[in-house]
Design a protein around this ligand. Structure first.
Ligand SMILES: [Zn+2]
Length: 315
């Protein structure tokens, strides 16, 4: 086996996941170990080095075949300098991670933020395979995003491109404040947090819904209730979908991507969500800008981060 391999690292708060990809973005091997952030930055770095060495040793590939290592980080990074400025979930502050890992592993190191890396993973070998221009949404606690143009992550002037959760879409009278401090962001209505909030408000208002019998409502409860025909739940999902479709119409008019890829927990709502997004997108987007554009679910799930991190070496 003489092919090149690429290692991706997903730096999470409890676990560090590493994976080996080939040139096509196929995930060949994975390994997972504890982050141990409570032991401090040096231990976390030791663990990254240990797991990367271990996964290559345990695979049929040799260290010489390893082109480099990419890592996705949740937090603020200075991409040019290769420094993690602030990553609360792993306890990093001003850590020159690229230089440290280059020194310790003797390989090329690339870092980027987790949303961009997940988008790159989907574009490389997931739902965006073979497509040059796509925009990825991750609908979780918040709404994350990544923009892939010409097969590469679009970073923007300060490395902050793709913050699509903070596009202001909700009209003034209905807008609430977002975690970012501004009003009416997409994240306030289309994240799992936003969906649950709308459900709790409906119950408190006394709306007729099967959700009112529940102690603690989760996003999944709302999807299940909607599938069973609960009108309040359907209305909430339609509202989340409406603003997603509206944001996509704005992005389509700006970037003309070929595909919108939607992942994260809320995307598990499935057809009830996707059909409404597509309907709204069709309604709000000028016909030529809709031509050939697809809105589809993400494919790689939790592996998108590892695959995309490995992909940083190529893109
Ligand atoms: Zn916001």
């Amino acid at each position: 086996m003489s092919e090149n391999i690429y290692v991706g690292v997903d730096l999470g708060g409890t676990a560090i996941k590493v994976g080996i990809c080939n040139h096509e973005g196929e995930l060949l091997h994975t390994y997972e170990g504890p982050t141990e952030k409570e032991k401090g930055t040096d231990t976390v770095i030791d663990n990254i080095v240990k797991y990367v060495r271990l996964i290559v040793e345990q695979s049929p590939y040799s260290w010489d075949q390893l082109v480099g290592v990419g890592a996705g980080v949740a937090g603020f990074t200075d991409l040019r300098a290769g420094v993690i400025l602030l990553a609360p979930n792993i306890g990093f502050r001003d850590v020159p991670i690229r230089a440290i890992l280059e020194e310790r592993l003797g390989k090329t190191i690339r870092i980027d933020n987790d949303a961009n890396v997940a988008a790159l993973g989907e574009a490389w070998s997931g739902a965006g395979k073979g497509v040059n221009d796509c925009v990825c949404y991750t609908l979780g606690t918040g709404v994350g995003g990544g923009i892939i143009l010409n097969g590469k992550i679009y970073q923007g002037f300060a490395g902050l491109a793709g913050e699509i959760g903070h596009i202001s879409v909700v009209p003034d009278l209905e807008a609430i404040q977002c975690g970012c401090g501004k009003m009416g962001c997409l994240e306030t209505v289309s994240s799992a947090t936003g969906i649950v909030r709308m459900a709790v408000e409906a119950v408190e208002r006394g709306d007729q819904t099967s959700l009112s019998s529940m102690e603690q409502i989760t996003a999944k409860d709302i999807f299940d209730a909607a599938k069973a025909g609960d009108e309040v739940s359907i209305r909430i999902i339609n509202r989340a979908a409406f603003y997603l479709g509206k944001s996509m119409a704005a992005i389509a008019a700006t970037l003309n991507p070929e595909r919108f890829i939607i992942g994260g927990g809320v995307s598990k709502a499935g057809d009830i969500l996707f059909s409404k997004i597509r309907e709204v997108f069709a309604e709000l987007t000028p016909a030529p800008l809709q031509q050939g554009v697809e809105i589809i679910p993400a494919k790689l799930g939790n592996d998108a981060g590892i695959v995309g991190a490995a992909g940083l070496l190529l893109r």
